[in-house]
Design a protein around this ligand. Structure first.
Ligand code: PEP
Ligand code: MN
Length: 367
């Protein structure tokens, strides 16, 4: 069964007749700090037309000693936001107790953070707590590590608990060391998620992905260009004084500027020219497959030769020569060296796998 068949009856994100349409914008502070900060931020966001307010009340922090959230009290402030502004409200849950408290407080959307979605025990505990609450709306962030199956598994646990208003949030993936992004986008992962689960709404979180204010606009545009359904962006009435993630929070006014400059392209529009270009792509992919299959056949024959002559599979010098020359050649042809290196490494890995199989399997050398 494909994943698509498993999660086939997902429902749109609708609340009492209000259907969240693309682009769905969720915004609010990283953390609820004080009642005043929550309400002031919420008023600013309501004034620019934001329909869904976010705020963490339980904060997963990398190290102990930081601000770990205001806890249950924050749920009352979120309720106040809902009453005063009419916005829907969302918060992060990580345990059974969080789920029960958030649902009891009338929180409209619960999201599951990246550290929690990486943990199947925690995901199952949350799914069990959600059983019987079929009208809950749940968004699952990608796990901190770039593992699509783990992300789908987390979504599936929630789906199996009976939840049909389900969405995913792409917030990027952890890497070691300093990089431009706080969390690397690795766009191919949400793209593959979209291919596997076309009905699942995907939102992008440019705040946690970029980790800095100036990256929010370009990442948001990129996510919209890729057809994501919406954005979850951290905002604060006084970002420089925020108790968590202050470098990535923006004021509601700055959010308004970013949203007004977002270009929404019509992702469904398909022109005749595009159809012709797509046919060309199909042809190119076909040619690529033919050549790849030929290369693998030759690689197979090399494997048989190496077995007959008792030679080792990986010949490091030869591999390095091949890699370097192909990268040079690619660059001369206007293809990025980094891209070529990734492709050659994948091809080499598959060739080695094939040859190791031949060396360990006596019936193969007669082929
Ligand atoms: C958050 O949204 O405040 C948060 C903690 O995000 P993440 O789980 O993506 O780190
Ligand atoms: Mn945050």
């Amino acid at each position: 069964m494909t994943t698509n068949e498993i999660m086939k009856d997902l429902e749109p994100l609708t609340f009492d007749g209000l259907r969240l349409e693309r682009p769905i914008i969720i915004s609010g502070p990283c953390s609820a700090e004080t009642e005043e900060q929550v309400l002031e931020t919420a008023r600013g966001l309501a004034a620019i037309g934001v329909k869904v307010f976010r705020s963490g009340v339980w904060k997963p922090r990398t190290k102990p000693g930081g601000f770990e959230g205001i806890g249950m009290r924050g749920l009352l402030w979120l309720h106040q936001v809902k009453r005063e502004t009419g916005m829907l409200v969302a918060t992060e849950v990580a345990t059974r107790e969080h789920v029960v408290a958030a649902l009891d407080a009338g929180i409209d959307i619960l999201w599951i953070g990246a550290r929690t979605s990486a943990n199947p025990f925690a995901m199952q505990e949350i799914a069990d707590a959600l059983k019987g609450h079929n009208d809950a709306t749940i968004l699952v962030k990608n796990p901190v590590n770039p593992d699509l199956e783990l992300w789908i598994g987390a979504l599936q646990r929630i789906y199996n608990a009976g939840i049909r208003r389900l969405g995913a949030i792409h917030r990027g993936f952890s890497t070691y060391g300093k990089h431009l992004y706080r969390n690397e986008p690795q766009w191919h992962i949400p793209i593959e998620l979209r291919r596997r689960l076309p009905m699942l709404p995907i939102l992008c979180d440019p705040s946690h992905m970029g980790g800095k204010r100036e990256l929010i606009a370009p990442i948001s545009q990129q996510a919209m260009d890729m057809g994501f359904e919406g954005l979850i962006i951290e905002s604060h009435c006084n970002p420089d004084c925020a108790l968590s993630d202050k470098n990535q929070q923006i004021t509601p006014e700055s959010l308004n500027v970013i949203l007004n400059t977002l270009v929404m392209r019509d992702i469904k529009q398909s022109t005749e020219n595009l159809a012709i270009l797509r046919q060309q792509i199909d042809q190119c992919d076909n040619d690529l497959l033919e050549v790849l299959s030929k290369r693998m056949r030759v690689s197979h024959d090399i494997g048989v030769y190496k077995k007959e002559h008792n030679m080792q599979v990986v010949q490091t010098q030869r591999y390095d020569d091949v890699l370097q020359s192909r990268i040079r050649q690619a660059q001369e042809m206007g293809i990025s060296g980094e891209f070529m290196s990734t492709i050659m490494q994948a091809i080499h890995e598959e060739s080695v796998r094939l040859q190791v199989e031949i060396i360990n399997n006596s019936k193969d050398d007669t082929k």
